[in-house]
Design a protein around this ligand. Sequence first.
Ligand code: ADP
Length: 240
Amino acid sequence: MEKPILIREDGLRHDGRKPNELRPIKMDVGVLKNADGSAYVEYGGTKVIAAVYGPREVYPRHLALPDRALIRCRYHMAPFSTSDRKSPAPSRREIELSKVIREALESLVFSELYPRTTIDVFIEVLQADGGTRTTGLTAASLALADAGIPMRDLVAGVAVGKVDGVLVLDIDEVEDEYGEADMPIGYAAGIDEIVLLQLNGVLTVEEFREALNLAKWGAEQIYKTMKETLHKKYLKALEE
Ligand code: ADP
């Protein structure tokens, strides 16, 4: 396909968003009955569900850690999540994303409270339209909170991209494919810590600084929505 126009003459993006505008975001927690914690998150056309089990006994047992919980994470794209058929076998990309998301979560969970147990995090991408790792990280963080697992903070994921020379917030698949750079981050706004940062493509030092500020600003909006979503759940539980 020929490269589409990513920044229109009026300065707006191919889908009509302003450069610093997020896609419409939806989220909910407690969406799966069998999991200890769960969450559903949408960033525009990207739809992800996360389930958390644990802390629970580790199988196989030899994997248990004496001083903390073992955190495992599986990021997976459902075979029906893209228009081209995706192989159901775990790809190199899925293995990498499972690792970076796990590391981001490990830095926030108080795993030392639950030695010899495991906390399993499953992220299932139902529909992919760019930013599945960042949407997945947000969903995983909400699912951990929903499971009542103590954490230093929540984390919100969002990616900034450079398209037609302009830095834009929360890129979708078209912007990811045809843009010049893509920088996903995970930001724990309450403690002001970046727990995930990747960069694909090239940015100048000045652009990097600007991109990081834009990403943190976007992540803060998402973080607020995450808190509201969790609040709503507890208010609902009080009414019942
Ligand atoms: P992220 O989803 O975190 O942005 P990538 O930059 O690797 O991760 O992927 C960008 C987008 O490309 C995905 O969100 C998805 O829409 C699409 N994509 C990724 N892998 C596949 C695949 N195997 N088949 C079809 N589309 C894919």
